[in-house]
Design a protein around this ligand. Structure first.
Ligand code: FAD
Ligand code: MG
Length: 293
């Protein structure tokens, strides 16, 4: 069977696109590996009407609503390869099964590269965050540590005083010039240049000189990359953003390969559930139009 649209990634962006297409009675195959980016967090904030919701519950609820539409097929699999061109795309899954569709949508999200610091990975989404709008409020204006990774970190350090008292850990990741120092001072940020040994307890930082500094929460700017190389392998152009790399799309969310679209974190920045849902809804309508006209 040739589906109207093959959607790789069945999280917020992919499901929002699917919803529009299903409501237009189009056949949609969603291939989803179930690895949402926010799977490390127990609460999702800032999505209107769902503030503080469990992100897994949010996704389950959306999926149960999609399942009511008869033209949806959903498979829990990892897509290994995407090939073809407009009106004749195919996606081969890790289990070797090949699926065909007239259009293709990458809603595959991004993966985060965390700084290599002992204790960081297990605290990601619990005590260490990247988005102050998502997780800043809950820190109750407490002490916040910002751990530098690159150029975006200066921006993070200057923004976060809105949410609490900030210490900025350079940790050998960036050069801090005189202008930066002045800007940090003006925002009341404490600069800490002693390297980090590890994270301890909840959000505490052990420094190389033995000091242990205590925080309500930590922030770090991760580098993001498309979580799958599928679009790149198909020939879609990627582009650099301040956060990392993403799939390039035009205003209709079509990639540089005609008939192949992309939405959500994989194809826009900055990133949030609201923005992924909006981007997906738009991509779904644009995919539908491309099938009609
Ligand atoms: P994702 O949700 O990442 O979903 C991508 C989907 O594609 C996944 O299901 C994945 O398995 C699938 N996929 C990828 N490759 C393949 C493949 N080859 N084959 C099949 N399936 C594939 N945002 C907020 O608005 N509020 C918050 O509170 C918030 N908290 C966050 C906390 C953390 C720790 C992190 C990391 C992010 C947080 N975000 C939050 C951001 C939010 O998670 C993303 O913006 C959102 O998940 C993007 O949705 P998406 O559908 O584009 O991608
Ligand atoms: Mg998605």
């Amino acid at each position: 069977m040739r589906h109207d649209v093959l959607i790789i990634g069945g999280s917020y962006a992919g499901m929002a696109a699917a919803l529009q297409l299903l409501r237009a009675r189009r056949t949609v195959l969603v291939i989803d590996a179930g690895q949402r980016r926010n799977r490390f967090a127990s609460h999702s904030h800032g999505f209107l009407g769902q503030d503080g919701a469990d992100p897994a519950q949010l996704a389950r609820h959306a999926r149960s609503q999609l399942a009511a539409y008869p033209t949806l097929t959903w498979i829990e699999e990892s897509a290994a390869r995407a090939e073809g061109a407009r009106d004749g795309f195919s996606v081969t899954c890790a289990n070797g099964v090949r699926h065909e569709g007239r259009r293709l949508l990458f809603a595959t999200g991004v993966s985060d590269t965390l700084p290599e610091i002992e204790g960081m990975a297990e605290r990601w989404g619990k005590h260490v965050f990247h988005c102050p709008y998502c997780h800043g409020y809950e820190l109750d204006r407490g002490r916040i540590g910002v751990i530098a990774t690159g150029p975006m970190s200066m921006h993070q350090a200057l923004l976060l005083p809105e949410w609490g008292e900030v210490t900025f850990f350079v940790n050998g990741a960036i050069d801090i010039g005189a202008e930066d120092r002045a800007a940090l001072t003006a925002r009341g940020v404490t600069l800490e240049e002693t390297p980090i040994t590890r994270l301890e307890n909840g959000a505490d930082i052990r420094l190389e000189d033995g000091r242990l500094l205590t925080f309500a929460g930590l922030f770090t700017a991760t580098r993001t990359e498309p979580s799958a190389p599928l679009a790149e392998d198909l020939g879609c152009a990627l582009e650099e953003t301040p956060l990392g790399r993403q799939i390039r799309t035009d205003a209709a969310k079509e990639t540089t390969i005609p008939g192949a679209f992309a939405c959500g974190d994989a194809a826009r920045s900055p990133h949030s559930v609201s923005l992924a849902v909006g981007d997906g809804a738009w991509a779904g309508a644009q995919l539908h139009r491309s099938l009609v006209f």
